[in-house]
Ligand binder design. Structure first.
Ligand code: AMP
Length: 555
């Protein structure tokens, strides 16, 4: 492992760069043919059944017209069928576009159009949800028709440089953007995870994530790559701590990957005793409190870090009870992290810089967004080839050579593990009749949970009552285009935004104040205003304070 003042490298490791992920899983399926690969409720599928059914489905998809290089939308909940379909799409040589079926139709439509997907695989119950011009294929029909096809694999020509999936993340300029991830990006990550945090044939991993989250690929493929067992949690159980705890115990789960909110849910539901569990915590900062709570309850705890653009995880480490500082560890295999200043120079020792990532995880770029790709994926100035992805995260190297995560440089927010660009919500708000300008920030409620607040400048100022009525209409409209987690819980009507000394909207002071009397529990009531909490010299709250109106309404 090499390291200098402001860069750190993971080990250089050989991996099957040219073999696509579905072929590696098929190889494992031959070795572990009669072993249980997938468990969901009382359903169990062996490796042989998984591979042969995925082969049959790939013949069916080919017959329907799916070709190598196509993009196929998949709007399915976590289920054995989801995995079979994803593997089948990859086996045809196409890439998939994962879609959370609960997303609003306009968002699904945008993703299908933008990615130029020709097909959408979904359930009959979800048919015709969008008017995007795609051919819909229903899982129910596909499974019946597929049984008529051969169980052998299609002759594949997919290489490691071909596209595996297009995953849409929130976009700051108003629309989500599709990250293009190649097979070798994914294979490098999974190969790395076999040793860090480690997984073996004996492991049983519980999948709890929606397919549209990049970490779903780890849950779905990592166990199948090594001959372990994948247990699929039903959606109601993932939302209820006691049910989830019950599942973990009943199914003898040995690995669980989730964002901090899921672990808090388990602890709040009464998880007290130690379980033989390897925990992979990801997606958001792991607080020292949560780390200590988890260390008391599990076998081992790992903090994993990375953006979708560098394929799920780029750094990680095991957190030990003796750790004074929770860091995001060191780069994974074939990955290098640089800490850079605004002019893309490495920062001095002990100085914070933007976390920039190079190596085999760096994705191809954004689909159809050369401008943004150019801005975020630079030719690596420290190497003769390859790209460097600018994460927008701030980090610093510790004296031990680990990377300490220090927050965001820009406005990106994480809420319940969801990556949110306030600009996308502001754009949607700005398109509503009656709103002239909007600023969205996150603010922690009394329990420490971040919530979105939308500050609005209206074209005509409204009374509290009219504002409340209007808000209900706006929220109903927003639900057509934004997922529920992107709709602010609270809206505040202001005449202008506070401005920093250098003339920018003072988002920090908007996030810090005004000090609203009442918290999330007061939804539905007009809250009182108290003095702002911030004492920042750039805070100009008092000037707009007297006429600021706040109404919190139920989502
Ligand atoms: P996503 O693309 O949804 O995976 O979000 C990536 C972003 O989540 C990163 O750029 C970080 O801001 C944040 N993030 C991911 N993992 C961690 C972690 N372990 N600790 C702190 N922040 C994290």
């Amino acid at each position: 492992m090499i390291q200098n003042v402001s860069s750190s490298s993971g080990p250089q490791v050989e991996y099957p760069r040219e073999i696509p992920i579905h072929e590696l899983i098929a190889q494992q399926a031959f070795q572990s043919a009669d072993k249980i690969a997938i468990v969901a409720g009382d359903q169990e599928l062996t490796y042989r059944v998984v591979n042969e059914t995925a082969n049959q489905l790939s013949h069916y998809l080919t017959q329907q017209g799916v070709k190598p290089g196509d993009v196929v939308g998949v709007a399915l909940d976590r289920s054995p069928e989801l995995i079979l379909i994803l593997l089948a799409i990859l086996k045809t040589g196409a890439a998939y576009l994962p879609i959370d079926p609960t997303f609003p139709p306009q968002r699904i439509q945008f993703m299908l159009r933008d990615s130029a997907a020709q097909f959408l695989v979904t359930l009959k119950a979800d048919q015709d949800k969008t008017d995007a011009h795609v051919s819909e294929l229903y899982v129910e029909d596909a499974l019946v028709s597929a049984s008529r096809f051969a169980k052998g694999a299609l002759v594949g020509t997919t290489s490691g440089a071909d596209l595996a999936y297009v995953l849409y993340t929130s976009g700051s300029t108003g629309q989500p953007k599709g990250v293009l991830v190649e097979h070798h990006n994914l294979v490098n990550l999974l190969w790395s995870m076999v040793t860090m945090p480690g997984i073996s044939k004996e492991d049983r991993l519980l999948a709890v994530t929606t397919v549209s989250f990049d970490i779903a690929a780890v849950e779905l493929y990592l166990p199948l790559l090594v001959g372990a067992t994948l247990v699929i949690a039903d959606t109601p159980s993932t939302r209820n701590g006691s049910s989830l705890l019950g599942l973990i115990q009943r199914h003898h789960i040995s690995i669980l990957q989730a964002t901090p909110i899921t672990f808090r849910l388990l602890i709040t539901a009464g998880w007290q005793h130690r379980l033989p569990l390897k925990i992979m915590c990801c997606g958001e900062p792991l607080s020292p409190l949560l780390a200590h709570q988890l260390l008391d309850r599990c076998d081992s705890l790992w903090n994993l870090y990375g953006p979708t653009e560098t394929t799920i995880y780029s750094t990680g480490k095991q957190i030990l009870p003796t750790d004074q500082l929770i860091t995001i560890g060191r780069p994974i295999q074939n990955t290098r992290v640089y800490l850079l200043n605004e002019t893309q120079q490495m920062v001095q020792e002990n100085c914070p810089g933007e976390i920039c990532i190079a190596g085999d995880g760096v994705a191809r770029g954004y689909h159809n967004r050369p401008d943004l790709t150019h801005e975020k994926f630079l030719p690596n100035p420290f190497a003769s080839t390859g790209l460097l992805y600018r994460t927008g995260d701030l980090g610093q190297l510790t004296t031990d050579g680990e990377i300490q995560f220090l927050g965001r440089i820009d406005q990106q927010i994480k809420i319940r593990g969801y990556r949110i660009e306030p600009g996308e919500i502001e754009h949607a708000l700005g398109n509503l009749n009656g709103i002239r300008e909007a600023v969205v920030v996150a603010r922690e409620d009394r329990s420490g949970t971040p919530r979105l607040i939308g500050y609005l400048i209206l074209t005509t100022s409204l009374t509290d009552q009219d504002f409340a009525v209007q808000l209900n209409q706006w929220k109903a409209t927003l639900k057509n285009s934004l997922p529920a987690y992107m709709i602010p819980a609270t809206f505040i009507q202001v005449e202008r935004f506070p401005i920093t000394l250098n003339g920018k909207i003072d988002r920090k002071s908007l996030a810090a104040g005004p000090n609203l009397v009442g918290d999330a529990k007061s939804v539905g009531h007009v809250a009182q205003l108290a003095a702002p909490q911030t004492t920042s010299s750039t805070n100009r709250w008092p000037s707009i304070f007297t006429w600021l109106k706040r109404i919190a309404l139920k989502k």
